[in-house]
Write a protein that binds this ligand. Sequence first.
Ligand SMILES: [Zn+2]
Ligand SMILES: [Zn+2]
Length: 331
Amino acid sequence: MRAAVMTEVKKPWTLKTLPDPRPQPGQVLIRIRASGMCGTDLHAHHGVMPVPLPLVLGHEPVGEIVEVGAGVNGLRAGDRVGVSWTQKGDGRCRFCQEQRDSYCPEAQTWVQMGGGNSELMLAWATGCTLVPQGLSDEAAAPIFCAGYTVVSGLRNAEPKPGERVAVLGIGGLGHLAVQYAKALGLEVFALTGSAAKKDEARRLGADQVIVAGDDLGRALLDAGGADVILGTTNSAVHATQALRGLRPEGRMVNMGLVDGAIQVDPMHFLGTQVRLVGSRQNHRRDLVEALALAASGKVKPAIEVYPLDRINEVRDRLEAGKVRYRAVIKH
Ligand SMILES: [Zn+2]
Ligand SMILES: [Zn+2]
């Protein structure tokens, strides 16, 4: 199988032919059709998130099961699936007993198994989710990290009918957050520092776009505030500012890896009973919901599609902030 292999930190990934793997009991072998690239891949590339090397990256994989290991229930050869970040826990800790294996200290992920930047990929069957009809391989791939992250963020915000959601940052996560919040029938504001993204945010379905100058929170308050802020920015300054734009009892759900501490004004925090919530991929049902909404056509990931042999160029493009809004490798 041809694969893009990360062999050293900060060095181009190497295209290699590796031996075709065979599934062990409990595993499936997937012929990968599409593999999304994510900001986390940049963290691995730069050594910010240490991974054992050599390693095939790619945690937004979608493909067809070509072989099923012993003891796998439900999944069959020919099924179209994607694979979650967390594939399997140890089955013994408290979190596994609660079927929350993403908290398991021994959880198996793409870091142990290898990812989707390869023609073939092994995965634990328990990490696979069927891709619904009506969703292409390329469009489904970003749902397995970005879409899942965003829907978990929305669910963690516990939005009520009629509430207003402000999406902070219009990028790989944010462009999906606007669409998912809209698909749930919520009023959606987009908060961006870039005037160039105003029309795009509108096209994505935002009811109003706030292009903030010096103070995002002030700008949001001037527009009436928000019940929920979905934070997808990596700027701690912007996240800190935006927090002030919450209405009383509002929730700011932060799903971007911010570049510093989010500051809380103690008096504002106390007086308004706002909540600041950390969020990442949570219940598997959030992924299923994310896939279903995309398959229904209510959410359309904006993707750029490239062949595997351009993967280093794609990573550079992602790093330069040029991707609109998710890059997908098509095998
Ligand atoms: Zn990711
Ligand atoms: Zn466990």
